[in-house]
Structures are given as structure tokens and as C-alpha cells.
Ligand binder design. Structure first.
Ligand code: 5GP
Ligand code: MN
Ligand code: MN
Ligand code: MN
Length: 292
């Protein structure tokens, strides 16, 4: 069956950097011939969940807009997943507002990662914040007023993942904010080696992988038709980690669900290319592992 193996007969799987990974469109042209890619119908969120399954509800790229959506915009479920870009520029007041909004949702668990727009989550951006008219001193003052040291501590109504894992109902969920360099935003890294180093931290036992950016080929078509997903991420997913689900956002126009025959890829971008929160949340049911 689909028994997971940590190691192949020859030892652990080592992913090699693709020499062409800086040109994702070109890599995908070659790769897609051997891919068994299918479009997947979105599940109706009104379908009742069965006892043997956990319902996941995916949103992403809400960019400080979902707080103003109708209260029934996000369907109920056991676990809410957010794949990053919760804010526009990482202002602590945007984060606090999002956290207050989370408190109004009925889900038993909420799991959130940051995206490139959530600038203040990335400590390496501290000296660059004024580029987005974010004042470092004001951020510090806000945190002090709220009695916390870091912006992630403002997220009290969810589990915040940053290159880390949480296990819910025996299901391993790993989250990571990094994406290929674009415009010098938060958690930007060069394609190739730099990206692969982060993906090498993802444990094989991951069942649901959340990254802000999509992998090449799955939910990563830019408005101009080019592919902008991460090559090293797709190789890591397909050759080493093999999660049953991958959740992303970031490329808003890549919203939707696809499959490679094993992993289901959900680009859950709530906002459209024009930053309007028009795309409905995407729902899936995950079978509860044996013994849970
Ligand atoms: P965001 O600024 O919210 O991270 O991304 C918004 C939009 O910027 C995306 O929907 C996409 O059109 C564009 N974008 C983001 N990252 C990239 C990238 O790496 N390459 C290209 N060409 N466009 C990107
Ligand atoms: Mn976004
Ligand atoms: Mn695995
Ligand atoms: Mn983004």
C-alpha cells in the first residue's frame, strides 16, 4: 500500500539542486511530460464530515481583508490552515486584528504561517522596514504596550509555524514561510541551493505541508503565463517528503486544486491578483490515522 518509508533501500533520499532552477518555466516544460497532473474538483464545504475524518479548511493571502468578509465566508471545520500573507506590510495592528478575527471562527485548531508581506515576522527585514513606511520604533512600542517581545506572540489564537511542525489528531503538519526571491520582501531566498536548504528541514513524516509559495507546476501560473513556483520544492515533495497534501498561496492567480496522483496541491489564495478577498476557502477531509 502507501506505507511511508523514511529511507529507500540505498539510504535517505538526497535532493539535488536543478541546474536550471532559476528558470522555473523552462524546467516545468521539461518536467511536465512525465507528470501525471490532474485538476481536482473542489469539495463542497456543506458535505457532512464523517466520523473517521478530520476536516481542514484552507485560506491564504487574506492581506488584512478577510476581517471584513461576511461571518459565514469561512466554512466550519476541525482545523483552519492559513498559508501566509495575513497582512499587507506586517504592521502589528494588522496582526492583532487578524488574531482577534481568528477568535470569532469556530474551528478547534488554527494553524498559520507567514508570507513575504508579513515583513515584521522576518527579523532579517528589520533594517529595511522603512521602505514600506513601517517604523521599527513604532513596532517595538506596539509590542511593549501588548507585553510581548516578538510579533508572532500577538498570534495567541492559533499555532504559528515557522520551519516547524504541529501534530493534530496524529496528523503531522509542517509549515514554512520561505519563497523564491521577488522584490526583496520577507522570507525571500535565491532559487536553488538557498531554497533547498530550507526544504531539507522538512521531515519525511509530514502529512500536510504548508509553504507560502507553490512548487513549480502546481498552482504557480503567473498572470503572464510563466511558471514561478519553486523547482526544489516540487522535487522535495515528490521525491522525498511525499505529503498527502500541500497547501500554498502567494501566486494569487494560481488559486485552485491539482494533483500529481499522490499529493493533492491546494493553492488557497483568498485574495485575487487585485487583492480582493473573492476566492472561497478550500476544504478537504483527512482520514484520522490508526490509533487516534
Ligand atoms: P504577493 O505580493 O501578495 O506576495 O503576490 C501577489 C502577486 O505578485 C502574485 O499573485 C503574482 O502575480 C506576483 N508575484 C509574487 N511572487 C512572484 C514571483 O516570484 N514572480 C512573479 N513573476 N510574480 C510574482
Ligand atoms: Mn499575497
Ligand atoms: Mn513522507
Ligand atoms: Mn506572497
Amino acid at each position: 500500500g502507501n506505507e511511508k518509508t523514511e529511507e529507500s533501500a540505498d539510504g535517505p533520499v538526497i535532493i539535488q539542486v536543478d541546474s536550471m532552477s532559476k528558470n522555473a518555466t523552462k524546467v516545468w516544460e521539461k518536467m511536465k511530460v512525465k507528470q501525471n497532473q490532474k485538476k481536482v474538483e473542489h469539495m463542497n464545504p456543506k458535505t457532512p464530515v464523517t466520523e473517521d475524518k478530520i476536516r481542514f479548511v484552507c485560506i491564504s493571502d487574506t492581506h488584512a481583508k478577510i476581517e471584513y468578509c461576511p461571518t459565514d465566508f469561512v466554512p466550519d471545520g476541525d482545523v483552519l490552515l492559513h498559508a501566509g500573507d495575513i497582512t499587507n506590510v506586517g504592521q502589528p495592528k494588522e496582526i492583532k486584528k487578524f488574531n482577534d478575527y481568528l477568535a470569532t471562527l469556530p474551528h478547534k485548531h488554527k494553524v498559520v504561517i507567514a508570507g513575504n508581506h508579513d515583513l515584521t515576522f522576518d527579523e532579517a527585514m528589520e533594517e529595511k522596514l522603512n521602505r514600506w513606511h513601517v517604523k521599527k520604533e513604532q513596532v517595538k512600542a506596539f509590542l511593549e504596550e501588548n507585553g510581548v517581545n516578538k510579533v508572532k506572540e500577538l498570534l495567541t489564537n492559533c499555532v504559528y509555524l515557522e520551519d516547524s511542525m504541529v501534530t493534530l489528531y496524529g496528523i503531522n503538519i509542517y509549515g514554512s514561510p520561505w519563497q523564491p526571491w521577488f522584490g526583496d520582501w520577507g522570507f525571500n531566498l535565491e532559487r536553488g541551493e538557498e531554497m533547498l536548504k530550507k526544504w531539507n528541514w522538512i521531515p519525511e513524516k509530514t502529512d500536510i505541508l504548508i509553504t507560502h509559495g507553490p512548487p513549480v507546476g502546481y498552482g504557480d501560473t503567473n498572470f503572464d503565463g510563466s511558471r514561478v513556483g519553486c523547482v526544489e520544492l516540487l522535487n522535495t515533495i515528490q521525491k522525498r517528503v511525499k505529503p498527502l497534501y500541500h497547501i500554498s498561496g502567494h501566486i494569487h492567480e494560481g488559486y485552485g486544486v491539482t494533483s500529481d496522483g499522490y499529493t493533492t496541491y491546494i493553492n488557497a489564495s483568498t485574495c485575487t491578483l487585485r487583492y480582493r478577498p473573492d476566492n472561497p476557502p478550500i476544504v478537504f477531509d483527512f482520514p484520522i490515522p490508526e490509533g487516534h
